[in-house]
Write a protein that binds this ligand. Structure first.
Ligand SMILES: C[S@@+](CC[C@H](N)C(=O)[O-])C[C@H]1O[C@@H](n2cnc3c(N)ncnc32)[C@H](O)[C@@H]1O
Length: 255
């Protein structure tokens, strides 16, 4: 065992990443999975991992993380961030399209795959999710975050854009028309169905940002700990979960 190994074993493996309403619930799900794996050093894949907000802390915890992202700028920032954190050897940046994931990652080679805030922008989510699940070893897990449709409808309506809210509510894909920055949005059932259609077993669904986007900034800024506690308390409970800005699905490839 190296000195570094001993140091890492004595600290919380995920200490460091700032917890926000956007990340706290996801980290608590990932932390439980890492604990379940009993401290094994895992092979991970973050599809559309961007600048490494999840990849770098996971690498700091000792895991080997490949980030596939379409953006060279994001990958350059990821590489810098990994170097600054001293984990450049555990983070691999691969420029590529999530739509072509099947050709970039060896099937059955990954313990944990992350795909956060990506399926709403790719050409076709079904083959991406199929490739995510195919990349997993039997027993491996997928952490998938997608945009929530109900929150988007409520946000447009409460901002006074009732026509846009109506369009978004009626559109089968959950978009507000050609100017929408997202190509689709989900509810808990349709998000879970994506994973199930690829052969994964859905274990947990949480709402992410149930309240954060609804509160005045002054409230969120002045009571950050109370907001995080409330987000965590509501994340797994309907109807709160179903109104969240994003839905987190945690699923597993059967062993
Ligand atoms: C909203 S960001 C999310 C970043 C990160 N997953 C997170 O949750 O913080 C979306 C990321 O997906 C990447 N992306 C968008 N379309 C993609 C595609 N077709 N294939 C791979 N990456 C893509 C973007 O470059 C960007 O880094």
């Amino acid at each position: 065992m190296t000195r570094l190994d001993r140091v890492e074993q004595t600290r919380d493996p995920l200490a460091g990443p700032p917890l926000t309403p956007r990340t706290a619930v996801i980290w608590s799900v990932l932390r439980a999975e890492l604990e379940r794996r009993g401290g094994d050093r895992l092979t991970m894949l973050d599809v559309g991992g961007g600048t490494g907000g999840f990849a770098v802390p996971l690498a700091r915890a000792g895991h080997q993380v490949t980030v596939v992202d379409a953006s060279p700028d994001a990958l350059a920032a990821l590489t810098r961030r990994a170097a600054e954190a001293g984990v450049a050897d555990r983070v691999r940046a691969v420029q590529g399209d999530g739509d072509a994931l099947a050709g970039l990652v060896e099937p059955g080679s990954v313990d944990l795959v992350l795909c956060h805030a990506v399926l709403e922008v790719v050409d076709d989510p079904a083959p991406v999710v199929a490739a995510l699940v195919a990349a997993l070893r039997p027993g491996g897990a997928a952490s998938v975050l997608v945009a929530g449709r109900a929150a988007a409808v409520l946000a447009r309506a409460t901002n006074g854009h009732l026509d846009t809210a109506a369009t978004l509510a009626a559109d089968p894909a959950g978009t507000a028309g050609p100017k929408d920055t997202l190509r689709r949005r989900y509810d808990a059932d349709s998000a879970a169905d994506l994973l199930r259609a690829a052969g994964a077993v859905v274990e947990e669904i949480h709402g992410v940002r149930v309240l954060a986007d609804l509160l005045p900034a002054a409230v969120a800024d002045s009571q950050p700990a109370a907001l995080l506690d409330l987000e965590q308390a509501l994340a797994g409970r309907s109807p709160y979960r179903d109104l969240a800005a994003a839905l987190h699905v945690f699923a597993r490839r059967p062993a």
